[in-house]
Each structure stands twice: as C-alpha cells, then as structure tokens.
Design a protein around this ligand. Sequence first.
Ligand SMILES: [Zn+2]
Length: 333
Amino acid sequence: MEAQMEQIIAKISTLQTLQEVENLRVEIMGKKGILTQQFAELKNLPDEQKKIQAKILNTFKQEFESKLIEKKESLFTAQMNENLSKEAIDASLFSALRPKSSGHPIYQTMDRIIDFFVNMNFSIQSGPLVEDDFHNFEALNLPKFHPARDMQDTFYFKDSMLLRTHTSPVQIRTMEKDSLPIRMIAPGSVFRRDYDLTHSPMFHQVEGLVVDKKDSISFSHLKYILEDFLHFMFGDVKIRFRSSFFPFTEPSAEVDISCVFCKGEGCRVCSHTGWLEVLGCGIVNDKVFESVGYKDVSGYAFGLGVERFAMLIHRVNDLRSFFETDLRVLEQF
Ligand SMILES: [Zn+2]
C-alpha cells in the first residue's frame, strides 16, 4: 500500500487539467475510491494493527488532499491567465479615429453610427486624407472627364494628388489589402470646395462596404441593415428607397426618412414633401471590382454625411454652427 501511495502522490504533479484533478480525486476518495475502501476495511483488522493502519491512511489522506488543492489552484490560475490574455481588449484601437474629447455633436453622432455597425460585426478602416486620382476617382468608376467629377469640387495638389472628396477610397484600399469576406465601415473627414448653410469645405462621412462570394449578397441584405440602422439613429420613422444613380453602384438608391421636424406632414425643411434624404447606397458596380482585380464576387455599399445626421438629430438648420467653435452653441448639445 505504501508504494502505491507514493505513486498516487507523484501522479498529482503530472495532471494537466482541472478535469484530470477531479478524476483522480474520485478515483482515490470517491464513494468507491481506493482510500475509501481502505478506511472501510479497518474494521476487519485487530485493534493494534487498526491503530497503525488508521494513522498511515490519515497521514496519506492529508498529504493527498493538500497536494491536490495546490494543483487545482495552480491550474485554475493558469487557465484564468490564458482566458484573460485571449480576451484582452486593445483600448487604444479607436483613438486614432476619433479625438478623446468627443463631446462635439458631430463626434457624438459619429460615435453612435460606429456603435451600431461595430455591433453588427463591421470592422473600422481608415485611409489617407491626401489621395491619388486612382483611389479617389478612377477605381470608383469615375474616369477623367466623367460629369460626376464636377459634382465633387476638388482641392487639387500637384501631380494629380488631391484632398479626398469622399471616404470611398478607403473601400478600394481595403479591397486591395484584405481578402473575402469584407465587412467594413470607413468613418472620416472629407473635403470639397463648398460653403453655405448646408455645406462646409471639411465634413465627415461614414461609408460601408460588404463583399462576399458571387450571388451571396443582394439588395435585400442592404435594405435590411439600413432600415435597422435608421431606426437605431432616428427612432420610429418611415423609410423609403428611391432609385438613383451613382457611378460606383448599380442599381443605386437614395434613402429617405419621414421628416423628423413635421413627422411627415410637410414643412419648410422637407420642402413640404414630408421626406428627408439621408443616405445613398447600392449594389457595387462590377467595374469597381474589376479595378481591384476581384472576380466572382458580389457586394453592397452605402454612404452618409455625419453633419446631416447631426443636424437632423439635434434639429439644427445651419451647419456652420457646428464649426464656429462658439461654446455657447456647443454647450447646448
Ligand atoms: Zn417636414
């Protein structure tokens, strides 16, 4: 018996998992365990021997239990450390995309948009503000002299470099570096030569792109996620899709919500239509996929202006109040 006891004690140090620890405990001290049986057999021994044997068994029991508890604790700690390192969160990940003081209404709105899509399992991508012609226009089916280029009054540098006019080049750059499936949003600032009640030369967009194998993505997927998103942002509004034209999507749609000012009855803000346009979307044009060398894929894309969302959420009618850094105005949000 003593040799067997030594073997059992030695075995404890070889155990790898909490389950193995439990198995050994049952094997030795369970109802039918070796030690339990030994204790039961004590009654058959003559008195003198019983005393000696009981002492041996109790000493073994104490050692066995304390070694087993020690092992259990060390395995438990190791497993917890492993879980903690697997589930570690890199808290610095978002800080490159948004400033720390996110009290500004534009960034509050941007954060809310990002929250929705991160919960929907979209990744966040970013790209350079100074872009080349290929990523900003050509790859997006906007060749030179395309009329749609005029709609985006561009700030140019030398050598056909420019300030990006939309966040769409990030979609091109993501497709160039990543493989399928792609499920991303690109939040960021963009630049156009425009300044009035509803336009600012620097403003913010969020664009989204989902790409997967051919025929796996349809317009109904796009419709489903955007309806969910708009209800998340604006609450109980009506939503309608109108067919439209964008060079990078085919078919394309513009999406309206029922006017948040007049609840759809018609007012000055919605030009008495009861509807407000909030974003553009569509099924990605095959020409865009060709420009990045993708074959046999399908996808949808959408884009929205963060300022417009902030204006509608906060019922602000002059965009410039967001940028004038007048604290009396900003403190109201
Ligand atoms: Zn209205």
